[in-house]
Every structure is written in C-alpha cells, then in structure tokens.
Design a protein around this ligand. Structure first.
Ligand code: PLP
Length: 920
C-alpha cells in the first residue's frame, strides 16, 4: 500500500462514541471513500475486506435516510460482490460527495448510478454568492408502513409522484416497517420533518443493529411489553417521537374509531388523523401544510414585503428607504457596506402591517405565538434590548416593594438592578465556589431549601415571591430544574421561578439538554402533578411528615413533594436568543409558563412598557422570528452537532500529549464537586462515560455540566485568562468568551464546525510547542520562572468572598435569621454625596475601619470583570474578605469602583436607626 493512500484511510470512530449519529454516518462515508480508493489502487485483499466491512456497517444506517436509497445501495453492494473495485470507488465517491454537498436534494442525477450532472457545492455559501438563487427547502418524510418491504420502492415512488411543481417544499421518502425502526429513524435522520404512521405495524426492527438500538435508548425507553398486548402502536410511537423531537408533524392513518380517538389525550402528539386509506393527496397536502406552519415567519415575511413597496416616508427616520445614505456624498460607503435591503426594511411606522411591539395585534403577535409553540411556553414576549432588559421586565412585573427574592448572588447585574427598581428585598444565596478557577458554580438545592424553611419558620414565607437563578451559568452549570422547583414548591406551592437562561435558549431543541431547561421541567411537572400515581406518592410522604416543624433538619435531606391540590406552575425564562441562535445582537425572549398569568398580566404589561424602547429595531425583531424558524427545522441537528463537537474538542485536547502539558479542559469532576454529582460521572465520552451514563446523570444529578461550555485552563502555560484571550485573538484570529484568572471560556455554538475545532487545536499545539522550545532553549531559569507564574495563577488564588450582610439600618428586623435588606433605599441614599465617603483600597484607613469600625457600608454595586458578579451591593457591610479579594484582583475593569477615589461607602452617622422604619 503506498503511504499516501494509507494516510488517507482513517479508522472511523465507533458509532457509540458519537453524540450526533449523523456524524458517525459521514465519518463512515469518508472512511469508505478512502478505503475504496486504496482497494482500487492496490487490489489488495485486505483493502477489499475493509471496504466490505464499512459497507456492512453503513447499510443498516442508510435504511433510515432517503439518500442514497435502496437502489444506489444495491448498486454499491452489487459492484462489491462483483469485485469491481473501480466501480465501487466511483459509486462511493459519487454518493459521499452528494451527501457532503446536499446536491442530491436538487440534482436528479445524484439518484442514479451514472455520473452527476454537475457537482453542486454552492449550498454552504452565503446567498449573495449563489447565482442560481435559493433552492426550495427540502426534507425527508418518514413513512411507517404495514406493507411488505418488497413493495416499498413502488410505494415510495407513488408517494413522491404526488409532489407538485408549485409545492413550496420538496421531500423524499424514507420507509420503515416497525416501531423500533421508526424511532431509530427519527433519532438518526435529522432531516425528517414529518412522520406518516400507518397503524398496524410490528414492534421489532428489521435490523439487528445493537449499536443503533443502544443509540435510541439514550433518548427513549421502549417497552417491549406493549407488543404482547396486541394493541395498535401508532399513538405510542407518536408520543415517543414527540418526546424527543417535539417539532415534528405526525400523521396517523388508522382504521380505529378516529372520531373517538381524536378527542383523547392519546392523540395529543398527532397533528392530523386519517381514517383507513383516505385520499393520498390529502396526506401530501397536510405534510406541506405542517411544514408551512413552521416555515411561516409573519414578522420577517411582512418586513420583506414592506421593503419591496414604493413607500414615501414622512416620519422620523431619515435612513428609512436609504435616501439619506445613497444620496449622500459622504456616507455612501455605509450604503455600500450594508446593501439596499437593510434601509428598505427600516421604518419607524407601526402601521402598514408592521405592528407595534408595545401593543402587538398583528404579525408581532403572530410571531410571538409561533415562538411560544416552538419553545414550549404558554406565551413568548420578544425583547429588543437583550436579556438585560428581559430580566428587569420580569423582576419588576412580579415583585413589589417589600417582596422577598431568593437569588443567586452571581446572577447577571440586570437582576440586581431589577431589585433596585422594584424595591424587592434580595436574600442572596451562595453558589458552590470553584476557588481554584476563580469562579462559582450553582447554588446547592440544600441552601435554597434552607432559606425557604427559615423564612417559613420566621413567618415570612408569604413575602417570598421569586426564586431567581441562572441556568446554565456562564461556565455551564445546569440545575436540575425539575427537582429544584419540585422541592421548593413543596415548601411554598405558589412560588414563582425566574430562570435566566441567557446562554441556554437552544436547550429546548436538544433532547438531552431539554430535561434541564426551565420550560422542559415546567411541562414535566405539570404533567406529573396531574397523575394519580403522584398523588399516592405525595400522600404517603405527607402522612410521614405530619406535625414536622418547618425547621426540622430532616426536611433538608428528604426529597420533598408538593401538594398536588395546591401547587401552581409559575415559571419564567429569559433567553438571549442572540447568544445561542441566529438572532441579531440584543434579540431576546421572555418565555412564560404561568398558570396564574392573568393575575400578573397587567403588571407584566406595565413592566414591558417601562423597559421597552418606543423605537424597537425592526431587523432585530425579524431575526427573532427567523431564529425560531431555524430552530424548529434544524435545532435538533444543530444542537446535537454542537454537543458532539464539544465532546470531541474536550477529548482531543485532554488526550493530546503535547497540548495537555500546558493546557487542559476542565472536566465534569473539576467543575462540579462530588456531592452535587450523585452519578459519579467524571467526564464526557470514552473512556470516561457512555452516552447512556450521561443521560442518567443529567436525569438525576443535582448539578450537571453543559459540555458545550468549555473551560480551557491556561494557567499551566503561564497565561492568565485575559492575556490568553488577547493572544488567541491577535495571533490566531480566535475570539473566545469570558475569562477567569487562569482560564478562558470556549463556547461551542450552532455555527461551529469541525474546521473551527481543528483551528483551535492547531493554535494550542503551536503554543505548546513554542513553550516547549523556549524552555529547552532557555534552560532552568525559564523553567523556574514558568513555575513561579503557574504557582501564582493556579495555587495562590484569592478566596472568593461570600455575601456578608446588609447593614442593620437597611433591615426591618436586624436580629432575625433571614438576611433580606432594603437595597433600593441604600442605592438612592448614595445619590446625595453628603451621605457618602471614599476610602482608598490600600490605605491604612481601610484597615483601621475594617478592624475597629465604624462599619464600611457599600454605597453602590462593585462588579469586577472577570468574574462579573457584584462583590458589593448597595447597603452591604464590607468585610475584610471582600477587601482582600479586591486587593488581589488584577483585572482591568471594576464597575462601580474608581481607584483614584477609593471604595464608595455610606456614612453610618447619616443612616437611620436600625429597624425603626417600615419601608415596604
Ligand atoms: C446570565 C446572563 N444573563 C443575562 C445577560 C444579559 O444578556 P444580554 O447580553 O442579552 O443583555 C448575560 C450577559 O452576558 C448573562 O450572562
């Protein structure tokens, strides 16, 4: 075998190691192409064996995709059986390339055994590079049939003949004949958008493919016992598919009593039920209608339409229609850069079909309704000033002065400003610290329960409105939203939750992440509390806990259950759609699943108007509409792929002999202490865990790590986070997100590709090699210097300061066991400079006051970047831990602190006597 050919033959990764099975598939086609070339070049027996093995591995996978389909696969098998190496290589190349470029979707010649008419590679290019215009969107339809497989090809052709020239979309058909095969197909084939189920099929797969079955079991539990009952499996299959791909349209054709079935819960997953063999064209039209429903982008489409009309504008927005730009001598370059459409699509009007975000009645309302369906919420509000604004809206809508909020102190600053605006009193709860990396994780459930139980014991539970948490955190800590809400609701059944999912909006579309999302848990809990089995479970626990005092420590250890007759599901989620989906910057959404929303609808509206610009950006709103469309069609594929890529990156970096000398990606075990990781999962991917282990851990563990948030530790290479971030940007054109003292955060998103991963790995190899070479060249002194630097970055790290307390003058009942305080009052006190003082950070005066008083009381928020959470809030007593931390901070940005003036504090002598006023 010649070297060149040998190098190109790479062993494919086992299917089990892949997260997105479609990656396993393309990996195999690539390996097969290389192997087929080797066989064609060498005619060696071993090469033939390798090709045969790969074809055998691919054949069962290909049963679940429309392309290459049975005909081409048969041609390939025939060529292989006939020992025609050249033809095998040709066919493999043709199929592989068509798959890679997606040209089979538009090029009829890709489907026969001859050469393709033209190699189309333009689909990945931006639309303005595509001279032929945008082709019709196309997809696969899965047909679950009772027919004999011998007739499938004929049936497939018949169905495809129903397609019409003026259909808005094009589809190809995949046929399967069993429950297992249908389920596997919807897991494997992300291009499936509709499922047509002919009831009466069997249970077991035609393929004996344990790996595929295992793959399926990651997502869905199949109960073979239902087969024995002999009942039709159509509705069970629909429910199972809906569970992991809720966006799919499912149609059922059955000869059961369809009128009765249509009215049952059993049919809830089905879009339309047909009786017996009804008109096939109706099914075709229903498929088109279902896909059109998701494709519909009422706001975006109207904006496109609006931009094409010859409108004269006499309102305040000179750039609208572009005339102030295109007619200018001096700013034409702006027009050239942005192109015509952005100006044609600018308007300050809310009429002419453009609707008003402040009071939507037309296409914004429709866009919001579609978003609610897509994201699994009751309602969605589009927001145009980022999740910074969405958070303030929700806090203000739900909380009045005096209400208590239990909140993670590390929440984004918008929450804290929300408390100032609403006058709500925060009880700051602490997340577990990851001191080594200068960051926090998630707030332990026990801490939250303890806060609620203490409030209950003190008779303050009625004032607690909200539990406010970030999910996932910047660094990827995902709560067990299901368990956390359940246990809190057991203590206060009408508690409201605000989940800041700024980074996590995509989670709805990943069957794996969804279980950890606010909306996923809200749905699951609502369903759980309706079931008789839950009521029995609750009653048993209630009997055991009868007479138990609210401060009984056993309540902390018990998994508490809420009363199904009292519990209310009241969940709000905010997400920066622009952070994880294809929306323009600032595009955000507020998702609502609140059974009592009518009670707060008025204040919600008021809060929305408080914070929303009267000139919301139209492009931004349109991009939210389009981002929703994309996720409904491609969210499954994209979220699976990004998860797969992130696991690949983690394993490549940590297993690389050179890179791992200086850099490392923090593992699950590094990021989550054992006590919050009951499963014992240490990291993702082999050899650490199978995906089955991961699903189990994500179902059960208190805290889990989103693999797509990658903490890349750079301290061992002698770089602090900011330095390393700058280096990656300047030398390698790699932009990353946040930094900590000794790490940077690499985020894998829906836009990332294998090429991006390779780019980063290459940069890390280059840097590691340079360090190696420098150390070799400069000898022991350089080694000592690096050692000292590493020690300072990774060992001598400052302790993270906890929230201390509000000063007594901002507390109603200073002696009580709970810590809420009047932060708003402290905030506005500082407006009068007479009330304030400045104490230099490193001055003897600072040490003196810390030691002997009078107390130092923060006048404002002090937020260092990184880590980005407030180390002081207005009214907080400043402790020596906080000052020590600040003194050790070596970051450039500290919001709320001017080094030249010092730490701004409130003068204690100008504050009122503690507890003398009720300031609700
Ligand atoms: C947890 C969290 N919430 C909210 C925000 C604010 O989001 P936006 O940038 O969309 O205003 C951020 C920003 O980084 C964040 O990290």
């Amino acid at each position: 075998m010649n070297d060149d050919v040998a190098r190109r033959e790479v062993a494919p990764t086992p299917v089990d190691a892949f997260f997105a099975a479609s990656e396993a598939r393309s990996d195999r086609w690539r390996a097969l192409e290389a192997a087929a070339n080797v066989w064609a070049a060498t005619k060696e027996k071993s090469a033939h064996g390798r090709v045969t093995q790969l074809v055998q591995e691919l054949a069962p996978i290909e049963d679940y995709w429309s392309y290459p389909g049975p005909k081409l696969m048969q041609a390939l098998k025939d060529a292989l059986a006939g020992q025609d190496a050249a033809d095998v290589a040709r066919l493999v190349k043709k199929i592989g390339r068509s798959l890679l470029s997606n040209s089979y979707r538009h090029d009829a010649s890709a489907w026969d055994e001859g050469e393709n008419s033209a190699f189309q590679s333009g689909s990945a290019l931006p639309p303005d590079a595509n001279v032929d215009g945008v082709p019709k969107p196309s997809f696969d339809v899965l047909i679950v049939t009772t027919n004999d497989p011998a007739h499938w090809e004929e049936a497939r052709q018949q169905i495809e003949r129903l397609r019409r020239r003026d259909d808005p979309f094009k589809y190809h058909v995949v046929m399967v004949g069993s429950f297992e095969d249908a389920a596997i197909a919807t897991v494997l084939n992300h291009t499936i958008q509709a499922v047509v189920i002919y009831d009466g099929f069997g249970f077991s797969s035609q393929n004996d493919a344990p790996l595929l079955q295992d793959h399926l079991s990651r997502y869905a539990k199949l109960d073979a016992s239902v087969v024995k009952s002999g009942e039709p499996l159509g509705t069970r299959l629909a429910a199972l598919i809906k569970n992991f791909r809720p966006e799919l349209d499912i149609y059922l054709i059955t000869d059961r009593s369809v009128e009765a079935l249509a009215g049952t819960e059993e049919a809830s997953a089905i879009r339309r039920i047909f009786f017996g063999i009804e008109e096939a064209l109706e099914i075709h039209l229903s498929i088109m209608d279902g896909v059109s429903d998701r494709y519909r982008t009422p706001y975006f489409s109207n904006l496109v339409h609006y931009s094409q009309r010859p409108i004269g504008t006499f309102h305040a927005l000179p750039v609208a229609r572009g005339k102030s730009v295109f007619h200018s001598n001096w700013i034409r370059d702006m027009g050239e850069f942005y192109g015509t459409n952005i100006f044609l699509a600018e308007s300050s009007a809310t009429t002419g079909g453009l609707d008003s975000l402040l009071e939507p009645t037309g296409n914004i309302k429709a866009a919001q309704e579609l978003a609610a369906r897509a994201f699994g919420a009751d309602r969605v509000y589009l927001a145009t000033n980022g999740t910074s604004t969405s958070n303030k809206i929700v806090v203000q809508a739900l909380c009045a002065p005096g209400d208590i909020i239990i909140v993670d102190r590390n929440c984004h600053k918008s929450h804290h400003y929300g408390f100032v605006l609403s006058g709500a009193q925060p009880i700051y709860v602490e997340a577990f610290p990851l001191t080594k990396y200068s960051m926090y994780g998630a707030v332990p459930l026990r801490t939250i329960k303890q806060a609620l139980l203490t409030l209950k014991a003190e008779g303050k539970l009625d004032r607690v409105k909200l539990v406010d948490l970030t999910n996932c955190t910047f660094d990827g800590h995902m709560y067990n939203t299901h368990r956390l809400m359940e246990e809190c609701l057991a203590i206060k059944p009408d508690l409201i939750f605000l989940w800041d999912e700024a980074w996590f909006g995509f989670a709805r579309f990943s069957p794996l992440h969804r279980r950890r999302s606010a909306m996923g848990a809200a749905r699951a809990l609502a369903e759980r509390y309706r079931s008789p089995a839950y009521r029995t479970e609750f009653e048993a626990q209630a009997a055991k806990l009868k007479g138990c005092a609210p401060d009984d420590p056993k309540l902390l250890d018990l998994r508490l259950l809420p009363d199904p007759d009292k519990v209310r599901i009241r969940v709000y989620q905010t997400n920066s759609t622009h952070k994880s989906m294809s929306a323009f910057r600032q595009g955000s959404m507020i998702l609502v699943a609140d059974e009592d929303f009518v009670e707060v609808e008025g204040t919600f509206q008021e809060a929305f108007l408080t914070h929303t610009s009267t000139s919301p950006n139209l492009q931004l709103l349109a991009s939210l509409d389009v981002a929703r469309r994309q996720m409904e069609f491609e969210g499954y594929e994209l979220t699976m792929r990004m998860t797969g890529l992130s696991v690949e990156l983690r394993n490549r970096v940590n297993a690389h002999p050179l890179i791992s000398k200086y850099f490392r990606i923090a593992s699950v075990a590094d990021m989550i202490p054992e006590e919050y990781r009951e499963s014992g999962l240490v990291d993702y991917g082999p050899p650490h865990s199978s995906w089955r282990d991961v699903v189990k851990a994500w179902d059960e563990d208190e805290c889990a790590l989103d693999p797509t948030r990658i903490t890349l530790l750079c301290g061992d290479a002698g770089f602090d986070g900011s330095q390393f971030k700058a280096l990656l940007a300047e030398r390698f054109d790699i932009q990353i997100n946040k930094t900590s003292r000794n790490s940077v955060l690499v985020q894998i998103n829906i836009n990332n590709t294998r090429g991006d991963i390779a780019h980063l790995i290459k940069a890390l190899v280059d840097l590691s090699r340079e360090i190696d070479q420098r150390l070799a060249r400069e000898g022991a002194p350089a080694g000592e210097m690096l050692k000292a630097r590493v020690q300072s970055l990774t060992v001598d790290v400052p302790d993270l300061p906890n929230f201390s307390s509000f000063h007594d003058s901002f507390r109603d009942d200073p002696g009580s066991g709970t810590s809420e305080g009047h932060m708003r009052e402290a905030f506005f006190r500082a407006y009068d400079e007479e009330n304030c003082d400045y104490v230099k950070l490193n001055s003897p005066q600072m040490d003196e006051r810390l030691k002997n008083g009078p107390p130092l009381i923060s006048a404002n928020f002090v937020i260092p970047y990184p880590p980005g959470f407030p180390i002081m809030v207005p009214g907080q007593v400043i402790t020596s831990e906080t000052i020590t931390f600040m003194r050790k901070l070596d970051v450039k940005e500290i919001h709320g602190y001017q080094a030249a003036r010092g730490v701004k504090v409130l003068k204690p002598e100008r504050l009122s006597t503690p507890g003398t006023k009720t300031r609700r």
